[in-house]
Design a protein around this ligand. Structure first.
Ligand code: HEC
Length: 211
């Protein structure tokens, strides 16, 4: 048996070291075995996926239809009222909530909490590095109770720039409406493909002993 040369050993140590760093830097993935094996997660996850798809698809569809008609005022209402109505309906059940959040928010109701804020910063980085996943979730203990926290990133499409783009992309009458309704508007200056925000769902899970 031959002993490995010193340089081979050095190489092996280096490879192991780099692999170790890679593991340390890897984002905490939602699909950890722990979360996957938790039987309480699946039904909550189903609800979270359904409501966030409804929220993004319905708003996008209605916006498109309205913009095609040239109805900017109607469209401004859609991005606010429709989204809020869908959310209100879901939030009627205690122990669960959905809302849209953004670091560059228009409505102050959409200011992210600390958890959401960290997730949005991570999404933004992943989006710029072209490795943004379509969802992120984990089980978090808050106020003595386990919760599913689920976030679905929202990326700005071309159509969104009519109201969230650079100032020259936003029709002047829209700017006027926005100024009046949202004096502290931070939701402009986006480009196509930018992370615009996320749908954030939080669902209280039954206590483990209840299963
Ligand atoms: C016609 C104007 C208009 C268009 C087009 C538009 N939005 Fe909005 N958007 C708004 C308004 C107004 C609000 C504030 C909503 C509120 O008051 O709840 C908003 C809020 C949001 C929010 C919530 C976070 C925040 O800033 O308060 C997200 C996320 C969002 N828009 C994403 C999009 C996406 C994605 C598109 C394209 C698919 C889009 N919007 C297109 C007007 C628009």
């Amino acid at each position: 048996m031959r002993f490995a040369s010193r340089s081979t050993i050095r190489k092996a140590v280096l490879v192991a070291f780099i692999a170790g760093i890679g593991w340390l830097l890897a984002p905490a993935e939602s699909s950890s075995t722990q979360v996957r094996q938790d039987a309480r997660v699946e039904p909550a996850l189903k609800q979270a996926r359904q409501i966030s798809n409804e929220l993004t698809d319905k708003v996008r569809g209605l916006l498109l239809a309205e913009l095609e008609k040239g109805g900017y005022d109607g469209a401004v209402r859609i991005c606010s009222e429709v989204a809020q109505n869908i959310a209100q309906e879901f939030n009627r059940d205690t122990g669960r909530s959905v809302r849209r959040v953004s670091l560059g928010y228009r409505n102050t109701k959409d200011i992210p909490d600390a958890y959401e804020s960290r997730a949005l910063k991570r999404f933004d980085r992943q989006n710029r590095e072209k490795r943004l996943a379509s969802e992120y979730y984990e089980v978090i203990r808050e106020q003595g109770r386990d919760h599913l926290r689920y976030l679905k990133p929202i990326v700005a499409g071309k159509m969104c720039l009519n109201c969230h783009g650079q100032s020259e992309q936003i029709p002047s009458h829209v700017t006027a409406v926005l100024k009046e309704k949202y004096p502290d508007d931070r939701a402009t200056g986006y480009r196509e493909g930018d992370l615009r925000g996320a749908v954030s769902v939080k669902i209280a899970l039954p206590a483990r002993a209840d299963r």
